[in-house]
Design a protein around this ligand. Structure first.
Ligand SMILES: [Zn+2]
Length: 142
C-alpha cells in the first residue's frame, strides 16, 4: 500500500512539486480507490494535498467505513479533518519525523493509525526540505 503513495510522492517531485503522496484503499485492503499527490505548486492550489487528491480521485463512495488512507507523511489538520469528516477507518503513515501532523489526534478519536517510520519516505522529505526550504515553509505555514 505504501508503495503506491511513494510512487505518487516521486511523481510530485518530478513535476517540481512537494513530494507527498497518498492513496485510498477499499475495505478489502487491496482495491485502490484513488491516488494522488500534493499539487500546491503544480495547480497553484494550497488545498490540493496528497490526501485530498487521492480522496477526490476516488470519487463518491457510499461509505468510507473500513477504508484506509495511506500517506507518505503525517496528515496535516486539514487532511486529518477530512479523515474524520468522512469516517475513514484507518490511516497508514509513512513517516512522522519531518512533520508531526494529526495522526495522534486521529488515534485518540478512534481511527486506527499505523506509523511505519519508513526510511524512504523520511529521506524524500529530508532531501526536499534541504533543497526547497522556501516551498516547505510555505506548505506548513511558517
Ligand atoms: Zn494535508
Amino acid at each position: 500500500m505504501l508503495l503506491t503513495a511513494v510512487e505518487e510522492a516521486r511523481a510530485g517531485l518530478a513535476e517540481g512539486g512537494i513530494p507527498i503522496g497518498a492513496a485510498l484503499f477499499a475495505p478489502d485492503g487491496s482495491t485502490l480507490l484513488g491516488r494522488g499527490h500534493n499539487r500546491r505548486v503544480q495547480d497553484d492550489d494550497p488545498s490540493m494535498h496528497a490526501e485530498t487528491a487521492a480522496f477526490r480521485a476516488a470519487g463518491r463512495q457510499r461509505s468510507y467505513r473500513g477504508t484506509t488512507m495511506v500517506t507518505t507523511l503525517s496528515p496535516c489538520w486539514y487532511c486529518s479533518g477530512l479523515v474524520r469528516q468522512f469516517g475513514i477507518s484507518r490511516v497508514v503513515v509513512g513517516e512522522t519525523r519531518s512533520f508531526e501532523g494529526g495522526h495522534g489526534w486521529l488515534a485518540e478519536h478512534g481511527v486506527q493509525v499505523v506509523v511505519l517510520d519508513d526510511p524512504e519516505c523520511a529521506a524524500l522529505m529530508k532531501d526536499f526540505i534541504a533543497t526547497r526550504p522556501d516551498l516547505w515553509n510555505e506548505d506548513i505555514g511558517v
